[in-house]
Design a protein around this ligand. Structure first.
Ligand code: GLN
Length: 255
């Protein structure tokens, strides 16, 4: 029997940097290949958000200006989203979207764009000429990925993010949350927040399956996912590792 899940793509017209919507194509494809129907509903400015309809929220990255617009819109759902997250609602939040989940994003002039406060995370913009940019590789230890223990992608952010939760991974190459503490992203219950664009999921099929399983569970479906032939995906992943001069072996990266 087909298992069905529903994904809310929040403000695709604003939060759409670096092909973040490619994450959805991956979720749909990896679902379809296992008889899991993934329905994506774009939620645009002014649309009502019926949170109870959804099993996964996707927030992409955006510029500071777009982030401020989204913050105003999303604020009325802050309590619902926070409650959903406590009940294990899965969320993938990238860059500007990740910052929005937190308490605030402080701009260089000291003004604060308020976040949803769904997680106790704060972000402050660094100096304008010191953005954290480039390819990035981090560790992965949040689920079964057999011999794959890394996540790769591309980051470009001015914000420096700080929190005391588990990170998505430890930085092997790149900057991560703030360029200082060696953490990249956040994992809290069903939430993955990250600075990794590129988009994240095509080169990291294990992260895509982590989210699919979380969403299936949230909807009350069995979460088993058959293995897929991910040869091309791992080729892309390995290419980034090689670009970053990271050596891999049979047991993945030795860290
Ligand atoms: N505006 C945020 C920053 O520069 C987010 C940028 C992004 O989403 N790539 O920190």
């Amino acid at each position: 029997m087909t298992r069905a899940i529903k994904v809310a793509h929040l403000f695709p017209e604003l939060l759409n940097l670096y092909a973040d919507q490619g994450n959805l194509a991956v979720l749909c494809q990896r679902g379809a290949r296992r008889d899991v129907s993934v329905e994506v509903v774009p939620v645009r400015l002014g649309d009502p958000l019926q949170l109870g309809d959804f099993d996964l929220l996707l927030l992409g990255g955006g510029s500071d200006r777009e982030q401020a617009v989204v913050a105003r819109e999303l604020f009325r759902y802050a309590d619902d989203i926070k409650a959903g997250i406590e009940l294990e609602l899965p969320v993938l939040a990238v860059c500007g979207g990740y910052q929005l989940l937190g308490q605030y994003y402080e701009l260089p002039d000291g003004t604060r764009i308020p976040g949803l406060g769904a997680v106790d995370v704060v972000t402050k913009a660094g100096p304008a000429n010191q953005r954290l940019i480039g390819n990035v590789a981090i560790t992965w230890d949040h689920g079964s990925a057999r011999d794959h223990n890394t996540v790769v992608g591309f980051e470009n952010h001015g914000g420096r993010t700080f929190h005391d939760y588990n990170a998505l991974g430890k930085v092997i190459r790149g900057h991560g949350n703030n360029g200082v503490d060696g953490k990249e992203g956040i994992v809290y219950k069903g939430v993955i927040g990250t600075y990794i664009h590129g988009p994240l999921l095509p080169k990291n099929p294990h992260v895509a399956d982590f989210l699919l399983q979380r969403a299936l569970r949230y909807r009350g479906h069995p979460d088993h996912l058959d293995d897929l032939d991910d040869g091309l995906e791992w080729l892309a992943h390995g290419t980034v590792l090689r670009m970053l001069s990271i050596k891999t072996g049979d047991q993945g990266v030795t860290i």
